[in-house]
Design a protein around this ligand. Structure first.
Ligand code: AMP
Length: 214
């Protein structure tokens, strides 16, 4: 299964991604996670990416595309993959098509999570993530049993630097301008699966799995 998850920041891409990759046994490729790992390790890539991420802007295409190209060549992508947060521009979408066509592969589906702006902001600023296993919680909608501690592994929960109201608003604006045109791009290819991202996460997951099996 070769999938893309599209949707604005706070739409629940990370939450659905965890469930989807477990179900289909495919790797979860999140360009945002790759950048955050690089920031944590203090690499040159991380340093460059952080400048843009802190402002809610997109990291330049040339930094992103080669990372994804390398990642897709790895052994664990043989059975498929789930791309989360990539592509984010038409240019990235076209580059991905080229990479896949060189590899003789095509995409199965592009799942588009649609959510209204107020919900997005509330979801993003209440989001807490486990620093060890990456599990996503929300202080109001999906709280961990013990505050600040991951239910899965006991790791410490943290808030992303870019999950502030100002940055989230900027990221939503960037999404409308630069990423939304991809919906039309994939719609023309007959790949889009539109789903309502404001639904309960379990019901939404069931709906996605059902649609992917058709
Ligand atoms: P995410 O975790 O997907 O919300 O990404 C967090 C931030 O990383 C974004 O706001 C961008 O600054 C950067 N980023 C992640 N993926 C991409 C991408 N495909 N293209 C450009 N910037 C990206």
């Amino acid at each position: 299964m070769r999938l893309i998850l599209l949707g604005p920041p706070g739409a629940g891409k990370g939450t659905q991604a965890s469930a989807i990759v477990e179900k289909y046994n495919i790797p979860h490729i999140s360009t945002g996670d790759i950048f955050r790992e690089n920031i944590k390790k203090g690499t040159e890539l991380g340093e460059k990416a952080k400048e843009y991420m802190d402002k809610g802007l997109l990291v330049p295409d040339e930094l992103v595309i080669s990372i994804v190209e390398d990642r897709l060549q790895q052994e664990d992508c043989k059975n498929g993959f789930l791309l989360d947060g990539f592509p984010r521009t038409l240019n990235q979408g076209e580059a991905l098509d080229e990479v896949l066509s060189k590899m003789g592969l095509n995409l199965n589906r592009v799942v588009n999570l649609d959510v209204g702006k107020e919900i997005l902001i509330e979801r993003a600023i209440g989001r807490r993530i486990c620093k060890d296993c990456g599990e996503v919680f929300h202080i109001k909608f999906n709280p961990s049993k013990k505050e600040g501690v991951c239910d899965n592994c006991g790791g410490k929960l943290y808030q992303r630097d870019d999950d502030t109201v100002e940055t989230v608003e900027k990221r939503i604006e960037v999404y409308h301008k630069q990423t939304e045109p991809l919906i039309d791009y994939y719609n023309k290819k007959g790949l889009i699966l539109n789903v309502d991202g404001s639904k309960d996460k379990n019901l939404l997951f069931e709906e996605i799995v059902k649609a992917l099996s058709e």
